[in-house]
Design a protein around this ligand. Structure first.
Ligand SMILES: NC(=O)C1=CN([C@@H]2O[C@H](COP(=O)(O)OP(=O)(O)OC[C@H]3O[C@@H](n4cnc5c(N)ncnc54)[C@H](O)[C@@H]3O)[C@@H](O)[C@H]2O)C=CC1
Ligand SMILES: CC(=O)[C@H](N)C(=O)O
Length: 386
C-alpha cells in the first residue's frame, strides 16, 4: 500500500519535476553532506512535499469530475467571498463549500455554512485544512487591494506574493483546481487603455498590480510545468450592495449608492471623467463559477479579461440622479487613487472569454443602478423600521 502510494506520488508531474531538480542538485559534482542540505533548503518545497506524500496521491487520484467539488475559499469575508460561497453552496451543497479568513465572521455568515480560520501565510495550517476536508477546488480571494496595498507595501507583498506561493504549492501538491482572480490593476500606463486586450504590455505601478501579474505568470507557469489546473479572470471594479469593498480604487462606485440613499450627498475621490471598467457582483461571481466549470479543452488561455460596462463618476452620478434627482455630487480628489485610476484600462476587451467559454454579462449601467438602489433602499427602509 505504502509502495503504491509512493509510486502514485512520484507520478504527480509537479513532484516528478521537482524531484528531478532536487536529485540533480544532490548529484552535482563535489556535492557532499553539507551541499545536499543547501540543495534541499534551496528547493524549499521538499520538506512540504515529503510529509504530505500519501495525502497528495489520495486527493489527486480520488477526485472525479462527476462528484461535487469540495471548495475552499480563502479571504472569504471580503467584498466577494460571502456571495461566492452562497452561489457555490446553492450548486454544490452547503457543506461542500468552506469559507475561510483571518477575521471573525459576522453571525449570519457563521451560521450560513462551514467557516474556518485560515491565514494563507501559514502553510501548514492551509495544508491541514485542504487534507482534512478533502478539498478539490481552491478559490484564492485573500489579497490587499490597490489603495490599501500602497499604504502598506510590505504587508501587500507578503499576502499577495508569499501567500500566493503557499497556495500554488498546496494546489499543485494536492491536485486541486485553483482559481486566482486578477484585475484591471494588472495593467499600467504603458498598456493600451482603450480597449485593453488579454495579451499586451503589463507594467503596473502598484504593488497590487505587480503582485497580480506575478500571480498570472506563476499560475500559468505551474500549469505548463506541472499540470496545475490554474484558472484566472481579470475582474473589473466590482459593485455590490450587501458587502463593502476592501480598499480599492474603484470603491467610489459602491459608496455613491449608500450615500445617495442615506444622505443625498456624495463626495467622489476620483475626477468626474475617470473612465474605468466595472461589473455588478452577480455577473462576476457567475463568471467565476462558469470558468471553473468550463471543460479544459475550451480554455485557449488560463487568464482572461472579463467585462460588463465602462463609465466615469459623472456618468454614474447622472444615472443615479435619474432615480434620485436631489443627489448632490462633489469632488475631492485623492491623488493616490487618481494616479492609479489614470494608469488603468478605460475599456476591457473580453472577446476571448466570450468566444472560448461563452462569457456574457447580464447587467449594464441602467440595470446596475436600478438593482443597487432597490437593494440599498429596501435595506435602509428595514433599518429605519427597526
Ligand atoms: N472587489 C473588486 O473590485 C475586485 C477584486 N479582485 C480580487 O478578488 C479577490 C477578492 O476581492 P475582495 O473580496 O474585494 O477583497 P477584500 O479586500 O474585500 O477581501 C480580502 C480578504 O482577504 C483577507 N486576508 C487578508 N490577509 C489575509 C491572510 N493573511 N490570510 C487570509 N486572508 C487574508 C482579508 O481579511 C479580507 O477579508 C482579491 O484577490 C482581489 O484582488 C479583483 C478585481 C476587482
Ligand atoms: C479593480 C480592483 O482590483 C479593486 N477594486 C481595486 O480598486 O483595487
Amino acid at each position: 500500500m505504502t509502495f503504491i502510494r509512493v509510486k502514485r506520488y512520484l507520478k504527480m508531474p509537479v513532484v516528478r519535476a521537482l524531484t528531478k531538480v532536487a536529485k540533480k542538485a544532490l548529484l552535482a559534482p563535489g556535492c557532499g553532506c553539507q551541499a545536499s542540505a543547501v540543495a534541499v533548503r534551496h528547493v524549499s518545497f521538499s520538506p512540504r512535499q515529503v510529509t504530505s506524500a500519501s495525502d497528495a496521491s489520495y486527493h489527486s487520484v480520488s477526485f472525479s469530475e462527476t462528484d461535487h467539488p469540495k471548495v475552499l475559499i480563502t479571504g472569504g469575508l471580503g467584498q466577494l467571498g460571502v456571495g461566492l460561497a452562497k452561489l457555490l453552496r446553492k450548486r454544490f451543497g452547503k457543506n461542500n463549500v468552506i469559507l475561510s479568513d483571518i477575521r471573525k465572521p459576522p453571525t449570519h455568515v457563521f451560521h450560513s455554512g462551514p467557516f474556518i480560520y485560515s491565514d494563507i501565510l501559514d502553510y501548514k495550517n492551509l495544508r491541514e485544512i485542504v487534507v482534512n476536508n478533502r478539498i478539490t477546488w481552491l478559490v484564492h480571494y485573500s489579497a490587499l487591494l490597490s489603495a490599501v496595498g500602497e499604504a502598506n507595501v510590505p504587508l501587500a507583498r507578503a499576502v499577495n506574493i508569499t501567500g500566493l506561493h503557499n497556495i500554488l504549492d498546496i494546489a499543485a501538491e494536492h491536485g486541486l483546481r485553483l482559481f486566482v482572480p486578477s484585475t484591471i490593476g494588472a495593467f499600467g500606463p504603458t498598456s493600451p487603455r482603450n480597449p485593453t486586450p488579454d495579451l499586451c504590455v503589463q507594467r503596473p505601478r502598484t504593488i497590487y498590480g505587480v503582485s497580480k501579474v506575478h500571480a498570472e505568470l506563476m499560475g500559468e507557469y505551474y500549469h505548463h510545468r506541472y499540470g496545475l489546473d490554474f484558472r484566472c479572470l481579470r475582474y473589473p471594479g466590482i459593485i455590490s450592495a450587501d458587502s463593502q469593498p476592501g480598499g480599492g480604487t474603484t470603491d467610489y462606485a459602491v459608496q455613491i449608492f449608500h450615500d445617495a440613499v442615506k444622505t443625498g450627498k456624495f463626495e467622489c475621490n476620483l475626477k468626474p471623467d475617470t473612465q474605468l471598467p466595472m461589473m455588478y457582483i452577480d455577473d462576476c461571481l457567475r463568471a467565476t463559477l462558469e470558468v471553473m466549470e468550463a471543460p479544459a479543452e475550451t480554455l485557449s488561455m488560463r487568464t482572461y479579461n472579463i467585462n460588463a460596462m465602462s463609465f466615469t463618476p459623472d456618468e454614474l452620478a447622472q444615472e443615479v440622479q435619474k432615480q434620485l434627482p436631489d443627489l448632490q455630487v462633489t469632488y475631492n480628489i485623492d491623488p493616490v487613487r487618481q494616479a492609479i485610476a489614470d494608469s488603468w484600462p478605460m475599456n476591457f476587451d473580453d472577446s476571448n472569454a466570450r468566444n472560448d467559454w461563452s462569457w456574457k454579462h447580464d447587467y449594464d449601467l441602467p440595470e446596475l443602478v436600478q438593482t443597487m438602489l432597490n437593494f440599498i433602499g429596501s435595506d435602509s427602509q428595514v433599518a429605519q423600521a427597526n
